[in-house]
Ligand binder design. Structure first.
Ligand code: TEU
Ligand code: CA
Length: 544
């Protein structure tokens, strides 16, 4: 039963996860508690005050499961085991208890489009054509089509039996066959295993890819560089998600956020319209693709394009659909290097501006670890400095084969590499991530850019989160871009009932004249309050 106070004046049903702010932890790189060089669960417990101090409500933990780590844990060998490098199940239980004791919630990563090829199911499945688990994966006695892996090369690999198996990612990540009811049953069971421990939901890895068109048509010419738009459109994805909701999710008070790689805005409501009972939210990729050309390579972005992403998203989603806001995660470069200005002069201020954007936009905000410190990209100059298989595969397929010059390759990777976000967190000017040798080198700038020197940025995040929590208009309020064509200024209103906020952001290092209210802003990243905005000024005004 819904009562009137559960509905906002503009028609949204209030839910805890709509009002929440989420902080993503990539455990391998967060904090190492035992000196083996790898971040771990006890390390998260040790740094929980840092997360709690921001005022966030939910922690999203990237995969903490047993994995051979071909893709840093996104290739799971055992869904019910904690990765040995991260600790034990007792450590997980302690972490969950500590998070709850701190008044926060925990969501974990559900990676069930594929498993590791070292998962027991795949070991059985590949062992013979008539093994009972053969049909847990997608096999064919010939190579059925020209599908490519997101990480490069063919999506089909021939195995010892002579048959081919499908992997939309690395060959070490075979795709599960969701058309097999036994697979779905086993996935729902492992979900219950974690929900019964008390986790508060899931971030679902590439979840729209789970259903495959088994007639296996070739990729259409116009989508060869973006096959995700084919893979996300299998015939039964909505049937399976509805079933998962009915059988599992609806039995618990949890949140779900699907990684909707390859889902267009038009198709988004099919996944998240609350009347359909599939997912609560998805990550839309449009914002993090504004600097990618049709070939997937980096190209300069324009503020007007980024503004258009938010405007289009708002227009496409009605009050039955709830958006997310994110500009970074473990697959993307550092937010301040990408959308701000990471020069010494402007790094801090532009990091605060980006925080202001994320935390005053409509939708549940997701913050990626280290962005609250203003961490930056690094300049990679040699292939040996990378870890990510996506980059290493691209080097093999595109540079070693002569298609790309190394300089062009590095220029592109220095913009887009996933490794920028995966460098261990520099907690102090000495590094402070581990007492041992880190699994992956820290950004060479750690003496200058670290958690201690990032304190002002951190404090700004905390102020913004407190302001958002205290003002439903910043959560549920209607969104209106008041200067969509302005090349440097992003200015918008958030309005709920009689309350209205005006947010004005100068996305440039130049001073810009803009018609600002005469009163002082209630929160800003500078003390200016005139009609002229200094470089990277970010101001919030209350209008009522
Ligand atoms: O990501 C899906 C995905 O395809 C992205 O990694 C994308 O390729 C990247 O943003 C470059 O555009 C998910 C996980 O987030 C990622 O870490 C995994 O590698 C991938 O799935 C496979 O599980
Ligand atoms: Ca460790």
């Amino acid at each position: 039963m819904q009562t009137a106070d559960m509905i906002t004046p503009n028609g949204y049903v209030r839910r805890w996860w709509k009002a929440a702010v989420v902080y993503q932890v990539y455990p391998r790189s967060f904090y190492d508690s035992n000196g083996d060089g790898i971040g771990d669960l006890r390390g998260i417990i040790a740094k929980l005050d840092h997360i709690k101090g921001l005022g966030v409500d939910v922690i999203w933990l990237s995969p903490h499961f047993d994995s051979p780590n071909a893709d840093n844990g996104y290739d799971i060998r055992d869904y019910r085991r904690v990765g040995a490098e991260f600790g034990t199940m007792a450590d997980f239980d302690d972490l969950l208890a500590a998070i709850k004791a701190a008044g926060m919630r925990l969501i974990i990563d559900l990676v069930v489009n594929h498993t590791s090829d070292e998962h027991a199911w795949f070991a059985e499945s590949r062992s013979s054509r008539d093994n009972p688990k053969r049909d847990y994966y997608i096999w064919s006695d010939h190579k059925p089509n020209d599908w490519t892996s997101i990480f490069g090369g063919s999506a089909w690999t021939q195995d010892a039996s002579g048959d081919w198996y499908l992997h939309l990612f690395d060959p070490k990540q075979p795709d599960l066959n969701w058309d097999n009811p036994a697979v779905r049953h086993d996935v729902y069971d492992l979900m219950r295993f974690w929900l019964d421990k008390g986790v508060d939901g899931f971030r679902m890895d590439v979840i729209p890819f789970i259903s495959k068109d088994k007639s296996f048509p070739d990729l259409p010419e116009d989508l060869r560089a973006k096959p995700q738009y084919v893979y996300a459109n299998g015939p039964y994805v909505h049937d399976y998600l509805h079933e998962m909701n009915r059988d599992v999710l609806s039995q618990y008070d949890v949140m779900t956020v699907g990684e909707a790689f390859g889902v267009t805005l038009v198709d988004t409501p099919k996944l998240i319209d609350e009347r359909r009972q599939e997912l609560d939210m998805i990550f839309q990729f449009a914002a993090v693709e504004v600097d990618r050309g049709p070939d997937g390579r980096w190209r300069p972005w324009r503020l007007t394009d980024l503004k258009a992403v938010f405007a289009r998203q708002d227009a496409a989603l009605d009050r039955h659909c709830w958006p997310t806001v994110f500009l970074s995660n473990h697959d993307n470069p550092r937010i301040v290097s990408r959308f701000g200005d990471d020069s010494q002069q402007w790094r801090e201020k532009s990091a605060m501006l980006l925080a202001t954007l994320i935390l005053t936009m409509k939708g549940t905000p997701f913050i990626y670890q280290g962005d609250e410190m203003g961490l930056t990209n690094r300049a990679f100059s040699d292939i040996s400095q990378f870890n990510d298989l996506w980059t290493l595969n691209a080097w093999r397929d595109e540079v070693e084969s002569g298609q790309w010059r190394p300089e062009a390759f590095f220029a592109n990777q220095n913009r887009l590499s996933r490794d920028h976000a995966r460098m261990p967190i520099p907690w102090t000017a000495e590094g402070g991530f581990t007492t041992g040798t880190p699994w992956f080198a820290l950004n060479p700038n750690f003496a200058e850019i670290n958690a201690t020197t990032g304190q002002d940025i951190y404090d700004h995040y905390a102020r913004l989160i407190a302001l958002r929590h205290a003002n439903p208009a910043l959560i549920y309020g209607d969104y209106e871009d008041i200067a969509p064509d302005h090349p440097q200024i992003f200015a918008y209103r958030r309005t709920l009932g009689d309350t209205s906020f005006l947010i004005i952001l100068n996305f440039s290092s130049e001073a810009v004249a803009f018609d600002c209210p005469a009163r002082a802003p209630i929160l800003a990243n500078d003390n200016g309050s005139t009609g002229e905005l200094a470089g990277w000024d970010a101001r919030i005004y209350r209008l009522d």
